[in-house]
Write a protein that binds this ligand. Structure first.
Ligand code: AMP
Length: 546
């Protein structure tokens, strides 16, 4: 295909320090084609191309946004994915995204798994993988050696605007951080097996399915599908079969398993299994105890972000395991100097005092080096809130006397649904694209299974009285969100109201909506423009979703 060092495979681009010849390429839909995704990523690394993997659960619009930001030279996708025995076609999504995008990739490479017979190949654009592979079988492709600061990949994540941020990672520092953490944090070395249940489209998938294990000569176990299919013991069966030493998953996945008998956890013999790591969202104590008691193995929380690429807060079982404190992901990881800053005073919070978690610069190796093609957004998103150029994690935190840090939730309008990060602005923009919607406000509300779920408040251009037409309208709005962002963003509840609570300067008070939806103290209402809006929201919540 004539790809060269620096080409982007998937959908992404680079910052000013990258030479002109660097173009882009994107990989989409690898969620259910893990091994091919894995190979595509490593192939990019070999030729020095920049990859950008996009989660297969996203909708076409989300992919189009990423394509336009990254401007890839090639997009690779599967014909379809499989989830719990159900075929999920990808090619139509890719076609729709390419139609919507301004910078559609000139070539699309399709790995045909035979799941979707209707490939609808586009002449001059679409190329099938199998014949191409047969033609080049056995070819020796030389390694492209890169300077350590050159980009290795871009991974998009949600921020406070509707436009996702392209987290850009380097080559050298990234490899050093992953190799170190494989030993110190995850306690995995040569010949041992790590099983990360993440989708390859997330940061954990990049770091601990693909690159981390291979960098230390370990085996990475890949699993395509749900933890309860064909039965809720499938993960433990695989752990027994492949002698997994360290497993990495999310609290939500464990909460899904919690609905099934604990007998599934005890059915298999796991002598090699040492640690279960959980991350991506707060780990609640009942879930931690349930899995710890059921498996009889230590459960280790750890905290990080797409931006950091490896744990910020951790315990180090591979080095010196400190005691677990429930509710805390642990202590600052190697290479991280952290400060908790009181947001009002701007000075360091005392132990026990809530503040914003920051990283003292320079960021450790492995963390993002910039936002793709947007150095100024990199600075304004993370470094302009405090003096000393502190990196703002945008998470509330509190530290105890011993340095254990507890994460108390985001300071911005980002929500965490089943460990997936979503921007409320993205959801609002998708809802507002429904022709009847005047304005939308999305918030994250606590949920026993998913941690948080999106809840939507909408004002309409024309008022509707009939309950049935109200219901039909909310269903359409919710469907619009799914069409544009994917099923993970589907609002759990939608309320139609006449006005949304705003400050006198017109700023939407999402935090007030969250407090009302969670029956919490709404706090200071003095900045509110129209107090009647609060009354109406309370009544709507009491009445139930439309
Ligand atoms: P993501 O970039 O999607 O990995 O999301 C990162 C965000 O998830 C963080 O900023 C936190 O808000 C949250 N998060 C990740 N790990 C944890 C954890 N162990 N405990 C609490 N929150 C977490």
């Amino acid at each position: 295909m004539g790809l060269r060092k620096g080409d982007v495979i998937g959908a992404y681009s680079i910052s000013h320090d990258v030479k002109e010849e660097y173009n882009n390429m994107a990989v989409f839909g690898w969620t259910v084609l893990m091994s091919a995704a894995f190979i595509a990523m490593l192939a990019c690394a070999r030729i020095g191309a920049v990859h950008s993997v996009v989660f297969g659960g996203f909708a076409a619009h989300n992919l189009a946004l990423r394509i336009d930001d990254a401007q890839p030279k090639l997009l690779i996708c599967a014909d379809a994915g499989m989830r719990a025995g159900k075929v999920l076609p990808y090619k139509p999504l890719v076609d729709a995204a390419c139609d919507e995008a301004r910078y559609a990739p000139p070539k699309v490479l399709i790995v045909h798994r035979g799941l979707d017979q209707e490939l609808n190949l586009k002449p001059n654009r679409d190329v099938e993988y199998a014949p191409l592979r047969a033609r080049h079988q056995g070819a020796e492709v030389p390694v492209a050696w890169l300077e350590s600061n050159e980009p290795s990949y871009i991974l998009y994540t949600s921020g406070t605007t509707g436009k996702p941020k392209g987290v850009q990672r380097d080559v050298g520092g990234h490899a050093v951080a992953l190799a170190l953490s494989m030993r110190t944090v995850f306690d995995v070395g040569p010949g041992q097996t790590m099983f990360s249940t993440s989708d390859v489209g997330w940061a954990v998938g990049h770091s601990y399915n693909v690159y981390g294990p291979l960098l230390v000569g370990a085996t990475s176990l890949l699993y395509e599908g749900l933890p309860i299919h064909p039965d809720p013991g499938i993960w433990w069966q695989l752990c027994e079969q492949y002698q997994v030493r360290t497993m990495f998953s999310s609290p939500t996945a464990i909460r899904v398993l919690k609905k099934y008998a604990t007998a599934w956890l005890k059915k298999y013999d796991l002598p090699a299994f040492r640690w279960l790591f959980l991350a991506g969202e707060p780990l609640d104590e009942p879930t931690s105890h349930w899995i710890n008691d059921g498996l009889g193995k230590p459960v280790i929380d750890n905290y990080w972000q797409t931006e950091t690429g490896w744990p910020v807060l951790a315990l180090l079982p591979g080095m010196d395991l400190k005691p677990v404190k429930f509710g805390s992901p642990g202590l600052p990881n190697l290479g991280y100097k952290l400060r908790v800053i009181n947001d009002a005073s701007g000075i360091d919070a005392e132990p026990g005092e809530k503040g914003i978690l920051t990283i003292v610069p320079p960021l450790p190796p492995g963390c993002l080096t910039t936002i793709w093609h947007d150095d100024s957004r990199f600075l304004s998103s993370y470094f302009e809130h405090f003096k000393d150029l502190l990196y703002n994690t945008l998470d509330w935190a509190v530290r105890d006397e011993e340095g254990y840090t507890f994460i108390l939730g985001r300071t911005d309008d980002v929500i965490n649904v089943a460990g997936h990060r979503l921007g409320t602005r993205e959801i609002e923009e998708a809802a507002a694209s429904h022709s009847g919607v005047a304005e939308a406000a999305a918030i994250g509300v606590q949920d026993a299974l998913k941690g948080q779920v999106p809840v939507l408040f909408v004002t309409l251009k024309q008022s509707l009285d009939e309950a049935s037409s109200r219901h039909e309208t909310t269903q359409q709005i919710q469907q619009k969100v799914v069409e544009m962002l994917g099923a993970i963003a589907r609002p759990a509840r939608t309320y139609l109201v006449h006005s949304l609570p705003k400050t006198r300067s017109g700023k939407l008070l999402r935090r007030l909506l969250t407090a009302l939806a969670e029956n919490a103290d709404p706090g200071d209402l003095s900045t509110l423009d129209d107090p009647a809006a609060v009354d109406e929201i309370s009544k709507a919540l009491a009445r139930g979703p439309d």
